[in-house]
Design a protein around this ligand. Structure first.
Ligand code: CA
Length: 225
């Protein structure tokens, strides 16, 4: 599969150069030349990694980073910066950036860092399911809504994991029963309804937006609305 990188850089020539190099390496690249466009591209195109210039018209790279993290995005973010002061680096990392590269930089170094971050997240991400502000770690069996940890019973966890395995796909009650309760389960569909209700109570404890929706007569789906 092709990995998708978002590049937000207002120096058009530099942006073109980096885009060309990344494309040669086999990445799919989206480019924005200002902060607001960069932020909306990051939200809409869900890249696997973002490279953000620090100083940008509209919205700084650090601000984009902060806003992405505030909405639960965990993609690796590399900041490009001409600022060499220690405080700036700290501010960038505090905003949630994973790394920074100081301009002028060598393309080889940037590529090496990109590879390192993608390797790390691709290893981790296989065990991490995410949808909106909901994240579920299949290994540690931890669930978070934003920064709020959610305690689930084993069955609740299995049910949520199944729904999160394919957001926006409607799962029929038959599928859910087979997958979560097993073929040999003796009982009826009411059990699903009961567990969906438990899950909703826990996921919406702070009046968060509903993510598990009922498709009347069919089953359930995880989606925005
Ligand atoms: Ca700039």
């Amino acid at each position: 599969m092709t990995l998708h990188i978002l590049l937000v850089e207002d120096e058009v020539r530099l942006a073109k150069f980096v885009e060309m190099e990344l494309t040669c390496e086999g990445y799919q690249v989206s480019v924005a030349n200002d902060g607001m466009t960069g932020l909306s591209l990051a939200r809409e195109s869900t890249p696997n990694l973002a490279i953000l210039d620090w100083m940008l018209p509209g919205l700084s790279g650090v601000e984009i980073c902060r806003r992405l993290r505030a909405t639960g995005s965990k993609i690796p973010i590399i900041l490009l910066t001409a600022k060499d002061e220690v405080e700036s680096r700290v501010a960038g990392l505090d905003a949630g950036a994973d790394d920074y590269v100081i301009k002028p930089f060598s393309m080889e170094e940037l590529l090496a860092r990109i590879r390192a971050h993608l390797r790390r997240t691709w290893k981790d991400n296989r065990d991490l399911l995410q949808f909106e502000d909901l994240s579920l770690n299949c290994d540690s069996r931890e669930v978070f809504r934003g920064t709020r940890a959610i305690e689930l019973t084993a069955k609740e966890f299995d049910l949520l994991e199944y729904l999160m395995s394919n957001p926006r796909q409607v799962f029929t009650r038959e599928q859910i029963l087979e997958r979560v309760w097993g073929y040999d389960f003796v009982g009826d569909y009411n059990v699903i309804e009961v567990y969906i209700r438990y899950l909703r109570v826990k996921l919406e404890e702070n009046n968060e937006k509903r993510l598990i929706h009922t498709i009347r007569g069919v089953g359930y789906v995880l989606r925005e609305e």
